[in-house]
Structures are given as structure tokens and as C-alpha cells.
Design a protein around this ligand. Structure first.
Ligand code: T3D
Length: 265
């Protein structure tokens, strides 16, 4: 696994790979290099069997402040038409890398998560927040619409009304409020944030990884299809899960009255 990134810190501890976005002087705003590197590392992790859980977090006092706004000024100064949709293709590759990774991806959010940084956290499979977290769909503050999948993920997580409110008013949602409305899975005091994230990720990394990949496929497909299609998929995926060594180990461990030792196969 490559670790010499310009804008990321990458650290592996057992089956957990922690990727820290590292532009703290700009609250980890995305520039092209950080976007490219984060996408690359997640795509690499998808292929790496030694990594069974990925954690994405931010250096310094924030998760991330969205797109680096200094690039907006640079774009305006550049002659010729610029289509932001072309630039968004790179973010969409990152979103798909997270969703398609055959293992759990957890966003660990402390401090601010604004704009597209917020939506990258929403693209992750689960979110842990510190109680100082500030989620801001900041786009309307600068006359934009939520991008990076925000329009897709937000109503599915918090419902239509709250999604519209967060997108239009662009007010901060605190960590405890985010937990209350289902935007994050868990919110903990800042002092416990690191240890909670670590324990959560290590637990996932010791789980039945192939079953987790199939669960991702089932849940993410099922929110977009009818019941019949979902039930057909459920059968196909259960056939695959039944073939895994971890399924056999789970049943054996139950019958032998001992904790299961999953290998991810
Ligand atoms: O290009 C495309 O593909 C389109 C995609 C667009 C996606 C988007 O994400 S649009 C939304 C972009 N983000 C924002 O609009 C948020 C801008 N930042 C803020 O509103 C505030 O900084 C925060 C609410 C995030 C945090 O406030 P606060 O008071 O905690 O910190 P601060 O003092 O404002 O920021 C600290 C430093 O980070 C500061 O630099 P300085 O003065 O110390 O040299 C600030 O300028 C810098 N910073 C914060 N956010 C960004 C940033 N620099 C560049 N880009 C940023 N997004």
C-alpha cells in the first residue's frame, strides 16, 4: 500500500486503514491533488485483502471545508468557458470508489464538515461524529446546489423535509443533532472520539468482510428498486454468502459455543 501522499496521511493498524486528509491550514479543503489521492487510495484499498475496514478523517481541527474556494477565484480569472459538471466527474469517481469498495468505509468527523466534504462523509457506509462536529451543506451559502451525491444521500438519511432545510438554509448541524436525525450513527464526546473510532473500526475489520460487501450491495441496491427485484437480489447474494468460509465459521462457532474467528473469506 502506497503511503507517500502529498495531501494524505495513511496508516494501517491490523485490518484498519486510516486515511487522514491533510491540508489543515485550509481545514482540509479539497484541491485537485487531495481529491486524486483520496480516490486512488480508496480504489487501491478495494483490491487489498489485508485492509478490512477503511476510516476517512481529517487532520487538525476539522474533517473538511469542501472544495478549496481559492480555485473558484482562479477559474473565474481564467479565460474560456468552464463547466463545473466536468470537474464533478472526479468527485463522482471518489463517491463510487467509496460505495463500491467491498468492505466498510467509515467517516470519522470532528469539527467542520462543509460542502462536498460533508457529502463525502455521507457517501461513507457509516459515520462517527465527535460532539464538536459541525455538518454544513454550505452550497446555498454561495449560490450552489449540493453536489458530490448530497442530493442523493441526504434525503435517504434524514428524510425529504430535513434534507431541503439543510440544503436551503445551510445552517450548521451539530454532532448530537446529527445523531438525533440519523445523519450519523454515533456521536461521542471529543475526548472519546479517537478511541471510539478505533474500537468501531477494529470490530468491523474482524467481521465477515465478504458478507459486509454483499450487505452493501443489497442495501444500496434495495433503496432504488422494487420489492420483487430486491428479493431476487437477496437470494443471489445469500447464495454467495452461503459459500463463504466466514459463514461456515460463524455456524461452527455458534454450535461450539465460542466467539467466531472471521478471516474475511
Ligand atoms: O469545484 C467544483 O467541483 C464544485 C464543487 C463545489 C463543492 C463545494 O464544496 S462548495 C462549498 C465550499 N465550501 C464552503 O463554502 C465553506 C467555506 N468555508 C467556511 O464557510 C468556513 O471556513 C467554515 C464554516 C468551513 C469554517 O469556519 P471557521 O470559522 O471554523 O474557520 P475559518 O477561519 O473560516 O477557516 C480557517 C482557514 O481555512 C481560513 O484561512 P485563514 O484565514 O486562516 O488563512 C479559511 O480561509 C480557510 N478555509 C476554510 N474553508 C476553505 C478555506 N480555504 C479555501 N477553501 C475553503 N473551502
Amino acid at each position: 500500500m502506497r503511503t507517500d501522499y502529498q495531501c494524505l496521511l495513511v496508516e494501517q493498524d491490523g485490518g484498519v486503514l486510516t486515511v487522514t486528509m491533510n491540508r489543515p491550514e485550509k481545514l482540509n479543503a479539497f484541491d485537485d491533488t487531495m481529491l486524486q489521492e483520496l480516490t486512488e487510495v480508496i480504489e487501491a484499498v478495494a483490491q487489498d485483502e489485508a485492509v478490512r475496514c477503511l476510516v476517512i478523517t481529517g487532520a487538525g481541527r476539522a474533517f473538511g471545508s469542501g472544495q478549496d474556494l481559492t480555485t473558484f477565484a482562479a477559474r473565474s480569472a481564467t479565460a474560456g468557458p468552464f463547466k463545473v459538471s466536468q470537474h464533478l466527474v472526479s468527485y463522482h469517481r471518489l463517491v463510487f470508489a467509496i460505495r463500491n469498495a467491498p468492505k466498510p468505509v467509515v467517516a470519522a468527523v470532528h469539527g467542520v464538515a462543509a460542502g462536498i466534504s460533508c457529502n463525502i462523509a455521507l457517501a461513507c457506509d457509516m459515520r462517527i461524529a465527535a460532539d464538536n462536529a459541525r455538518f454544513i451543506e454550505a452550497f446555498a451559502r454561495i449560490g450552489l446546489v449540493p453536489d458530490g451525491g448530497g442530493g442523493f444521500f441526504l434525503p435517504r438519511l434524514v428524510g425529504m423535509g430535513k434534507a431541503i432545510e439543510m440544503s436551503m438554509l445551510a445552517d450548521e448541524v451539530s454532532g448530537p443533532e446529527a445523531e438525533r436525525i440519523g445523519l450519523v450513527n454515533k456521536c461521542v464526546p471529543l475526548a472519546e472520539f479517537e478511541s471510539t473510532t478505533k474500537a468501531f473500526a477494529q470490530r468491523l475489520a474482524k467481521g465477515p468482510t465478504r458478507s459486509y460487501a454483499l450487505i452493501k450491495e443489497l442495501i444500496y441496491t434495495s433503496v432504488q428498486v422494487d420489492l420483487q427485484t430486491s428479493l431476487r437480489l437477496e437470494g443471489e447474494l445469500q447464495d454467495k454468502a452461503f459459500e463463504t468460509a466466514d459463514h461456515r465459521e460463524g455456524v461452527t462457532a455458534f454450535l461450539q459455543k465460542r466467539p467466531a474467528q472471521y478471516t474475511g473469506h
